[in-house]
Design a protein around this ligand. Structure first.
Ligand code: MRU
Length: 385
């Protein structure tokens, strides 16, 4: 990777300055919550004199270090996507769109770049969606205007994603108030779904952030999210920065938390939602859905309509990314030659999902007809822009 990236590094002042750690207090009072303002953005476009670049916050280095990757070519971006330096469904969509813009601006073969980027990872539908939108803008542009058109499209998608975050947070707040009367929510989440994966506050964590700002978050339970620990490294980082009252747990401790009656709702994101409402999300989501159903706790998916894939009929048709076994065996070194099973995602069937929150409203119960309706609202809006 070294040849492709420049890596400006910043040491992270991680700890008290970013708010209380688990069990150290109730968090900042309502109205005094530091948001993600001042945080290093997950992705940004820059145009230094040497030519346009995409600057990514390297999520593999968090929370210890805030290291930025300055990406100048498509191969480097593909590597960044595969290594999870840039990750999470909505952000992958943005990376795909800006990647096409970068290819166009730097004079690469845009069609080839789009192909490479769209297949960098298979499960998150947003990646291909972002690539296709920027590519379509390129193809429709007047000769010479391709790069500007692709960049404008990437920026439009970025703004759309930020707006979707805000809308999902509003719908989520209303839904939580309905489902958990009395407020003071204890929410369990998995993987990382905050500002690190979005143009805005994120998906599931965006809803949590809104509850926190309203003074209604009693506790955020953060699953470690093995094997790559997106919960322990990234969600805890975002929760700490925002001063949320959060507690980290090993994924396999969730059962006892439900038994103790300590979870009011599970909120997760999604990488792909098929026409029947089956939802692929970070591996470990499905066991949480089973637990939630058994304990009669709402299991809520938060995802923009760009994550809905109506062309795929059901969960069985989702391609689940298989990642290197070394991600599992290296975590706590296993005997040499140990084989590992390492799917990056699992699929939760619609009957285990209480609701899907999109920017266009809440789908509950989860049916194909209801999903088509919320997706059509986005199509109509884009058409009228
Ligand atoms: O492998 P990752 O880290 O890209 O997986 C990300 C997730 O599973 C997220 O929960 C999902 O993309 C939803 S993000 C809003």
């Amino acid at each position: 990777m070294g040849d492709h990236f420049a890596r400006p590094e910043t040491n992270v002042n991680y700890g008290a300055a970013y708010g209380p750690h688990a069990d150290s207090g109730p968090g900042a009072p309502p109205g005094q919550v530091p948001g993600p303002a001042g945080a290093v953005p997950a992705l940004r476009w820059e145009e230094p004199p040497e030519g346009p670049v995409l600057v990514l916050l390297d999520q593999t280095r968090l929370p210890q270090r805030e290291v930025e990757l300055v990406v100048t070519d498509v191969q480097a971006l593909v590597l960044a996507i595969r290594s999870l330096a840039v990750r999470g469904a909505p952000l992958l969509g943005l990376a795909g769109a800006y990647g096409v813009a970068l290819a166009a601006a730097r004079g690469y073969d845009v069609e080839e770049a789009a192909e490479l980027l769209a297949h960098a990872r298979p499960t998150a539908v947003n990646l291909g969606y972002g690539v296709r939108r920027a590519l379509a803008a390129c193809r429709e542009a007047a000769p010479g205007g391709e790069a500007a058109a692709a960049l404008a499209e990437a920026r439009a998608l970025h703004a759309q994603d930020a707006a979707a975050s805000t809308a999902m947070a509003e719908h989520g707040e209303r839904l939580l108030a309905e489902l958990v009367p009395g407020g003071g929510y204890r929410i369990l989440t998995h993987c990382n779904t905050g500002a690190l994966v979005s143009g805005g506050d994120g998906t599931a964590l965006g809803v949590v952030m809104a509850a926190h700002r309203a003074g209604e978050l009693r506790r955020l339970w953060v699953d470690e999210t093995r094997p790559l620990l997106q919960g322990a490294r990234l969600t805890a980082y975002e929760a700490a920065r925002a001063g949320m009252p959060y507690t980290l747990l090993a994924d396999n401790a969730a059962g006892s938390l439900f038994t103790a009656g300590e979870v009011d709702a599970v909120l997760i994101g999604a990488d792909r939602i098929t026409a029947d409402g089956s939802t692929a999300n970070k591996v470990g989501s499905y066991p949480l859905a089973v637990l939630a159903a058994y304990h009669h706790v709402p299991f809520i998916v938060v995802a923009p309509t760009t994550t809905v894939d109506l062309d795929t009929e059901d969960g069985a048709a989702i391609e689940v990314e298989q990642r290197p076994g070394s991600e599992v065996t290296d975590l706590a070194p296993s005997p040499l030659g140990t084989q590992a099973y390492n799917p990056a995602f699992d699929v939760t069937p619609p009957e285990l999902i209480t609701a899907i929150i999109t920017e266009n409203g809440v789908v509950s119960p989860v049916t194909k007809e209801a999903l088509v309706t919320v997706c059509n609202q986005s199509v109509r809006r884009e058409g009228s822009d």
